[in-house]
Design a protein around this ligand. Structure first.
Ligand code: ZN
Ligand code: ZN
Length: 370
């Protein structure tokens, strides 16, 4: 374990996509199950900054020995459900881990309202019906309000009868404001060139954001955490992005998403129907291969590269290791509950566990917009 003063990330969950990836190795080695969804804790001076809140984030924090009482901020890269599904859990269950005397609310920062629905796929054979037509594209603040409202019966019992705290007081959600001059528009200009901009600052970290490319969802952000000891940059979901290269310039650790396009082709490619083709289109325009991630890290001058948000999460190690064809520095294939120090003054060796090469079989086809 690192010294308390060496900042590090805990890769709480590394699986991308709104599903749990099966693994043929699961019975022999339970660690081979890729259950936990994407979520990363940046730990600086024992304070925790969470990036994304995928499936089981709260459980994984407990397993990692991290408490909500340590959390100073929650940063949401984009509003795909694999990144937000257990944000609700942090708000409703996490509330009870907060010390009673704590007055400063925990910041929750993420994308604002998309503002307009995405265009309908040209492959549609009939007009799809959106959900929640009265508010079809809520941002982070509205999502948090909805989570709290959905649990109002429970929460109000506790607030009124047991005099428990209210999540509305203990958390402060806000939508990240994109500088107006860049001309962002969710459909027409979702990822304009932009200089990184600061969204959060405290005694431990300065957090900067940039726009990445993950259509049709928009905005989609990458974040960089600068500390006195070093920096980590987290890509969010994106295809190769020049804004990301700029944000990650000289960073100590780039944690980048990765997809196995070979799996995409095999899993969907045999089908010619429009639903399958629309899913293939989505993956091609919205995600990054390990070789591409290596190239981005190399061009950014990152000192180390970690791959996470693995799709599919049971792809053999050998596929992810191809990032070393384009990146000459240390490569980490993130493991559930893995620890990767960044910016350590004594260059200590990373302690993230190597995952066993597992699935050789491809999982069955399943919708997976991630
Ligand atoms: Zn995702
Ligand atoms: Zn996504």
């Amino acid at each position: 374990m690192s010294s308390p003063h060496t900042p590090y990330v805990v890769t709480l969950g590394v699986a991308g996509g709104p599903r749990i990836w099966p693994s043929p190795d699961q019975e022999r080695d339970p660690r081979a199950a890729r259950c936990a969804g994407i979520a990363t804790a940046v730990v600086v001076n024992e304070c925790v900054y969470l990036v994304d809140a995928g499936h089981q984030v709260f459980t994984q924090m407990a397993r990692a020995g991290l408490s909500m009482a340590q959390v100073k901020g929650i940063f949401v890269t984009h509003l795909h459900s694999d990144h937000t599904i257990d944000l609700n859990n942090l708000l409703v269950f996490g509330l009870f881990e907060l010390p009673e005397g704590r007055r400063d609310p925990i910041a929750i920062m993420g994308p604002g309202d998309r503002g307009v629905l995405p265009p309908v796929s040209p492959r549609a054979t009939q007009e799809p019906t959106p959900v929640a037509p009265e508010r079809p594209t809520p941002g982070t603040a509205a999502m948090v309000d909805s989570f709290i409202a959905a649990h109002a019966t429970d929460l109000n019992d506790r607030i009124l009868d047991a005099l428990r705290p209210s999540p509305a007081e203990r958390f402060q959600a806000q939508d990240i404001e994109i500088p107006q001059r860049v001309g962002f528009h969710a459909n027409e200009n979702p990822s304009p060139d932009i200089e990184p901009f600061v969204i959060f600052r405290d005694e431990n970290v300065t957090v900067s954001a940039t726009l990445v490319v993950h259509p049709p969802i928009a905005p989609a952000f990458a974040f960089r955490f600068d500390t006195a000891q070093g920096s980590v940059t987290i890509s969010g979901d994106t295809r190769p992005s020049e804004n990301l290269v700029r944000l990650a310039h000289g960073t100590d650790l780039l944690l980048h998403e990765a997809i196995d396009f070979g799996w995409v082709e095999a899993a969907y490619g045999g089908r010619s129907d429009d639903t399958a083709q629309a899913s293939i289109d989505h993956h091609r325009k919205s995600h990054t291969s390990p070789v591409q991630a290596g190239d981005l890290a190399q061009r950014a001058g990152a000192r180390a590269l970690g791959l996470h948000h693995l799709v599919p999460a049971n792809t053999p190690h050998s596929v992810w290791r191809t990032a070393s064809e384009t990146f000459s520095g240390p490569l980490h294939i993130a493991e559930e509950l893995g620890i990767i120090p960044f910016g350590a003054p004594d260059d200590e060796s990373p302690v993230s566990r190597d995952r066993a090469d597992s699935a050789e079989e491809l999982p069955a086809y399943q919708e997976n917009h991630s």
